[in-house]
Design a protein around this ligand. Structure first.
Ligand SMILES: NC(=O)c1ccc[n+]([C@@H]2O[C@H](COP(=O)([O-])OP(=O)(O)OC[C@H]3O[C@@H](n4cnc5c(N)ncnc54)[C@H](OP(=O)(O)O)[C@@H]3O)[C@@H](O)[C@H]2O)c1
Length: 246
């Protein structure tokens, strides 16, 4: 089985490279390439289509994304090109090649005002540019490759791994630099979703498997929810740091 993995230098893409099962022929990409990664600019739709035409992957795992949520408000075209244009381009090319697309998405496609967990099929209602661009990426997958069973959307939240930029690593750094750290008190979500990614990747590794695509969209999370502040407090206690959280 041949897999084209995008976002190879990101948190999730890095983890997936470590965890893909034996027997997978992996072509991993990043924006600039190097360190064993092919260069592929996800903002370049034609380059995305060409990568599929050239490598003919059985699966495209699209873990690459414009993930700077706040910055996206001032770079809407780029966020849209990467988060919506790339999955659309992969889907278009995969219709011709016959491969399948796993599009990684986010809870930011919802408005967060429900006060309880969202079901996969609930209507999207993003609040900002990042969420809107990811929602448009989902729509492309639904429109182009889900009807033929060639596309699946996996939504997750609060991805925190050992590399890249995330809340846990920032907290760790701040613990070493500051005596007091401010953490928002109004953010509710699921605790770090990292190792659960083994599950869908394992399912995809079954040669000829079609079942994951029939699901359409699903969420990959640990059970339970927490507010960000107590989670930060719990995380801090592990390090026995003498830091005040406010
Ligand atoms: N992080 C979270 O808490 C979270 C929560 C829910 C869902 N997700 C979703 O999970 C997926 C993976 O997230 P992550 O946390 O692994 O993100 P990440 O660490 O920011 O990785 C994303 C990767 O995409 C790359 N990328 C951005 N623009 C690109 C471009 N034009 N061409 C090529 N590569 C480009 C980035 O490269 P550069 O570093 O060069 O920009 C980065 O390596 C994304 O689909 C995201 O929407 C993440």
């Amino acid at each position: 089985m041949k897999v084209l993995l995008n976002g190879g230098a990101g948190q999730l893409g890095h983890a997936l490279q470590q965890q893909l099962p034996a027997g997978v022929e992996l072509i991993a990409t990043s924006r600039r390439g190097g360190s064993g990664l092919l260069a592929l600019d996800l903002a370049d739709a034609e380059a995305c289509r060409a990568a599929v035409r050239e490598h003919q992957p059985d699966w495209v795992l699209n873990a690459g994304a414009y993930t700077a949520v706040d910055k996206a408000e001032s770079e809407p075209e780029l966020a849209q090109a990467v988060n919506a244009g790339a999955p659309r381009a992969f889907a278009e090319a995969l219709i011709e090649s016959g491969g399948r697309l796993l599009q990684v998405s986010t809870d930011f496609v919802f408005n967060g005002q429900q006060g309880s967990p969202y079901r996969p099929a609930q209507a999207r209602d993003p609040l900002g540019v990042y969420g809107a661009s990811k929602a448009a990426g989902e729509e492309a997958v639904e429109e182009l490759v889900q009807p033929s069973g060639q596309g699946i959307i996996l939504r997750t939240s609060w991805v925190m791994g050992p590399v890249g930029r995330n809340f846990a690593l920032t907290l760790y750094r701040l613990h070493q630099e500051k005596a007091e750290i401010g953490v928002v008190a109004d953010q509710l979500g699921c605790p770090p979703a990292h190792s659960p990614w083994l599950l869908p990747v394992g399912a995809l590794s079954v040669p000829g498997s079609t079942s994951p695509c029939s699901i359409g969209a699903m969420r990959v999370l640990r059970a339970g929810m927490t507010w960000l502040w107590p989670w930060a407090s719990w995380d801090s206690s592990w390090g026995c740091w003498n830091v005040r959280l406010r």
